[in-house]
Design a protein. Structure first.
Length: 747
């Protein structure tokens, strides 16, 4: 008996199609086109065609795929399509049509071609709220849903950003050919991604068989019809189609209880788990995750481990996805540990061809789990091991075999090197990350995969933003904005609200960087506005990780603005952001964001102390926070963050030296600055190098008033000269400040 698996996931992407009719035939157009719905390839029984420069779409097939009921009035030669309160009405050989009772005029009349009714694409676009584009080179029509509520994740073009949820493509499993030719034909339609055609064929077959007389055939047909709906749920109407699939699988379990059909029952349980993986991303994540795991555990009890190793592998693969999704909601350490255990089980069960898509998927998702786990363990080895998995997957895949997987893996490699750049060899790793993102773009073009294209452009923007800290600030910031602008062409608030919110956050960070560089109030305001746009989309409970991150970045903008304009009220706004973020991310639940937030809070406390706002308390509190955070952000794991903590504590000791233990605290500040200069070198961090030497010079200059006057002035002078190696613009504020201090040291 042949069982056909399907496609399932959990991140972002899109779309869908339909079949049949009778009437008067006209001459068929010569150009037929393939179809992609929401970035996934599907097969139509009747293809879209191009006639006289106008794209014609088969009405029944498209409308039924999107959940419309289609009625043909033979006497009036008219078609009415309805779904809830929506309607479409057309007549053969007529340019006039009605969409939701609104009259529209078509470019060509509706016609019958090869027994099927075709209409210009403008009708489908208007009625189904679709963007329709044509890839002439590939002879492909791309349907993209404008309403993200109807869009699910695509089975072919999925992405995983750092910290987001896993995705997986389900694999086909071929057993012996079915002796029932009708079933075999329907299975072939499913395998060829003609989901609507498969469903209609299965429904027809069910009229001639029963669960009592033909239990094995009945279970097979029902299961594969359920898988067809799962496939459709990955494209369109995700909740509606997922629930249809679950009801079908549950009917199999209710009617087929004989132990002889344990494989068919196991497949039904797997199908239920499959459908819940999709529902997890829609609503009730925790509840649906539990249902998903329960169903998959039942499947694993029923599968014969020796006879059905690929099925066991597949069920464990789904479990890993489910646990990874749950990790984004609660208990990340525990759930990611379970996800990793499941993916290892999946790998151990797998006994098939390593060149198969399933094996590639297992390795790919294992690597992604490791990347996600890095956020909780802070172990660089997690990132390196993920790269090993990605490279292993590429041994069995190339851009011609499974282009979608190839492009995804290149993207993940870019993410891994982006992480590594924060810890070691930044320029080398940024270069590799950029290379792999661009390689991924060879598949994810704006026409073929708009959301994939937008996602990669967003990541490239972040790469250029990070590079701006190392070299060519203006050039890299300009590249960052251009990449974000490319992403914003796709990521609009209406179609991709979550991606739009993330993009707005990235704009906010970039505006803040420019504001700091130019000391420009308008850019600070633009930054805060962008963050506010994000918080209008994100919910603190539902999107806690994103919400926390934006609060921290918003706090950093308030901090920077306060520093620039010496406004303590603005600094209080920064503290408020950090405190709200800390309430949402307890240390045990999210150690990375907890430490990051506390580190930034220390900067603002030092700043407030410098503004003479409770200086003793704020300086001491900042020092304590820096000591705590440096246990997480070590010089080995996060050298740049570690050095920034040393700067903060050095600044705090400087302030304390003016209140108590003058010499002791100055010496402590000097030690902190010296330590961070092991990391802030002139070749990699020129600005930080210069500013730290300036601070160190100030500390020596202050110390010269207590002891070793000449020696400490000489040391201060050396520090100022080091700083001037970077501050070469004689008209700049920084150059003038250092020169003024240098004159004092020379006295």
């Amino acid at each position: 008996m042949k069982k056909t698996h399907t496609n399932v996931f959990a991140v972002f992407i899109f779309f869908t199609f339909f079949t049949l009719f009778l009437g008067i035939q006209v001459q068929a157009a010569s150009e037929e086109y393939k179809v992609r719905i929401n970035e996934s390839t599907v097969q139509f029984t009747m293809s879209p065609i191009m006639e006289k420069g106008t794209l014609l779409i088969p009405i029944r097939e498209v409308c039924e795929i999107f959940g419309y009921k289609v009625n043909w009035n033979a006497s009036a030669k008219s078609v009415t399509c309805t779904k809830n309160d929506k309607s479409i009405f057309v007549k053969i050989n007529d340019k006039n049509a009605k969409v939701n009772n609104k009259n529209i005029t078509l470019t060509l009349p509706v016609s019958i071609i090869k027994g099927r009714i075709y209409a210009p694409s403008m009708l489908v676009s208007e009625a189904l709220d679709l963007k329709i584009s044509v890839l002439k080179k590939d002879r492909t029509v791309c349907f993209t849903s404008k309403n993200s509520s109807s869009v699910s994740v695509s089975g072919e073009n999925n992405f995983l950003s750092a910290g987001s949820n896993l995705i997986v493509s389900l694999i086909e499993k071929n057993d012996k050919p079915n002796s029932n030719k009708a079933i075999e034909s329907a299975d072939r339609l499913l395998k060829n991604k003609n989901y609507l055609g498969a469903i209609q064929s299965y429904e027809k077959i069910l009229k001639s068989i029963s669960s009592v007389k033909n239990p094995k055939e009945y279970a097979h047909v029902m299961n594969n019809m359920g898988f067809s709906y799962v496939e459709l749920a990955c494209l369109i109407n995700k909740e509606e189609n997922s629930l249809k699939a679950i009801s079908i699988f549950e009917e199999v379990l209710n009617k087929i209880k004989d132990k002889r059909f344990s494989l068919e029952r196991a497949n039904a349980y797997t199908g239920i788990g499959n459908a819940y993986v999709i529902l997890i991303k829609i609503r009730d994540t925790e509840v649906n995750s539990m249902k998903c795991i329960a169903a998959l555990d039942e499947a694993l009890k029923l599968y014969d481990k020796e006879k059905n190793p690929l099925d066991c592998s597949y069920a464990e693969l789904l479990k890993s996805v489910c646990f990874s999704n749950a990790a984004s909601l609660k208990d990340p350490n525990q759930n990611l540990s379970k996800a990793y255990k499941s993916i290892i089980n999946s790998l151990n069960y797998f006994k098939g061809d390593k060149k198969s898509k399933q094996y590639v998927e297992i390795l790919k998702n294992k690597g992604v789990i490791l990347l996600n786990n890095f956020f909780n363990t802070n172990k660089i080895d997690e990132v390196k091991l993920s790269l090993t998995d990605f490279e292993e997957a590429l041994k069995y895949n190339d851009i011609n075999k499974y282009p979608d997987d190839y492009a995804q893996i290149q993207f993940y490699k870019g993410i891994a090197h982006q992480f590594l750049a924060e810890m070691q060899s930044p320029m080398e790793n940024f270069e590799k990350a950029t290379k792999y993102f661009n390689e991924s773009l060879s598949f994810y073009t704006i026409d073929q995969s708009p959301s994939g294209y937008a996602h990669i452009q967003n990541q490239l923007g972040l790469i250029f933003l990070q590079l701006s800290s190392y070299l060519d600030f203006d050039e890299n910031i300009d590249k960052a904005f251009k990449a974000f602008d490319e992403s914003s062409k796709i990521y609009t608030v209406d179609q991709y609200p979550m991606a739009y919110a993330q993009l707005q956050s990235d704009y906010g960070v970039t505006y803040n960087r420019v504001a700091d560089y130019k000391n420009d109030k308008d850019y600070y305001d633009k930054s805060l506005k962008a963050f506010d746009n994000s918080l209008k989309i994100y919910n603190a409970k539902k999107h806690s990780e994103q919400y926390i991150k934006i609060l921290i970045e918003m706090g950093k903008t308030y901090h920077s603005k306060s520093v620039s304009f010496k406004d303590k009220d603005i600094a209080f706004s920064a503290v408020k952001c950090y405190e709200e973020a800390l309430e949402l991310c307890p240390k045990d639940n999210n150690p990375v964001y907890y430490a990051y937030c506390r580190a930034n809070l220390s900067s603002t406390l030092v700043h407030l102390a410098g503004l003479n706002v409770d200086p003793l308390t704020n300086a001491k509190k900042a020092i304590d926070i820096c000591k705590e955070s440096s246990e997480f952000f070590t010089s080995d794991s996060f050298p740049e963050y570690y050095a920034s903590l040393k700067i903060n504590s050095g600044n705090a000791y400087q302030i304390l030296s003016g209140i108590e233990n003058h010499e002791e605290n100055l010496l402590k500040s000097i030690n902190e600055y010296k330590e961070c200069l092991n990391i802030f070198t002139m070749d990699i961090f020129p600005d930080n190098f210069a500013s730290t030497y300036k601070k160190l010079g100030d500390a020596y200059l202050s110390l010269s008033g207590i002891k070793n006057n000449e020696e400490n002035k000489r040391l201060a002078l050396n520090c100022y000269n080091e700083s001037l190696k970077v501050y070469t613009d004689k008209t700049s504020k920084k150059y003038i400040e250092v020169m003024d201090k240098k004159k004092l040291a020379e006295q």
